[in-house]
Design a protein around this ligand. Structure first.
Ligand code: ZN
Length: 228
């Protein structure tokens, strides 16, 4: 089993978390993430509506290896539906960390590095072998690139409106302008939004996901890996 998911549907809410996945993991169930300001179901203040409903465990894969983490689950008192609080270093339904996925895509698409170089860069100085030689990771990157290419385009307008809400200039591209290359447009716009927001990439991604229930990166195709 790669993770133990709850046997009921939950709505994911991202919470900005500044420490590393290893630090999060070390806290076990002692982890504290603030409740959402508003319950996503009944819209009452989260502090009074959402009550603790335990944890489920899952794995995160940071290329230094698998890390087991606990995800806190809350329950809406009025509708009896569930919310799970995800630290902002995660991506929904992915085991790879958000920062690693983003870095690999940036390196490949914006900087034009090779697949192997991009993976090595994303892994950082882990000293843990050569991730470029890791076939499953290589295949994942191919999958992420493919799905960003085919589905990324829908995010251009949304990221553009985010950028305008920060008071930045955004000129909507012509429909044909990014044909075949919406990936680069999405990544560049994402980086501009991060810079304009003054947030970290992870915190901005959390905000984006919480507003739209998805993101350009949450929509990437991924296949869970089995921990050893
Ligand atoms: Zn509620």
């Amino acid at each position: 089993m790669s993770s133990k998911l709850p046997g009921f549907p939950t709505t994911i809410r991202y919470v900005s978390y500044r420490q590393t996945v290893e630090e999060y993991s070390a806290l076990g169930k002692e982890i504290f993430l603030a409740k959402p300001e508003e319950c996503p179901y009944c819209r009452k203040p989260g502090e009074s509506c959402l009550i603790g409903h335990g944890f489920y465990s899952r794995y995160a894969f940071s290329l230094t290896g698998f890390v087991r983490i606990f995800i806190r689950v809350l329950k809406c008192k009025r509708t009896r539906r569930y919310v799970s609080l995800h630290p902002s270093f995660l991506l929904p339904y992915h085991q790879y960390l958000f920062s690693m996925v983003l870095e690999a895509l940036r390196s490949r698409i914006l900087d034009g590095r090779t697949m192997t170089e991009s993976l090595r860069l994303a892994a950082g100085a882990t000293g843990n072998g050569d991730p470029g030689a890791d076939r499953p990771v290589y295949q994942h990157l191919q999958g992420w690139l493919g799905s960003l290419r085919t589905r990324g385009g829908v995010w251009v307008g949304l990221l553009g409106s985010f950028l305008q809400s920060f008071g930045e200039l955004f000129v909507s591209p012509r429909p044909d302008e990014h044909a075949g290359n919406s990936s680069a447009a999405v990544l560049a716009l994402f980086d501009r939004c991060v810079a304009a927001s003054g947030l970290t990439s992870e915190a901005f991604h959390a905000q984006l996901f919480n507003r739209y229930g998805s993101s350009p990166f949450a929509a990437l195709r991924s296949v869970p890996r089995t921990p050893p």
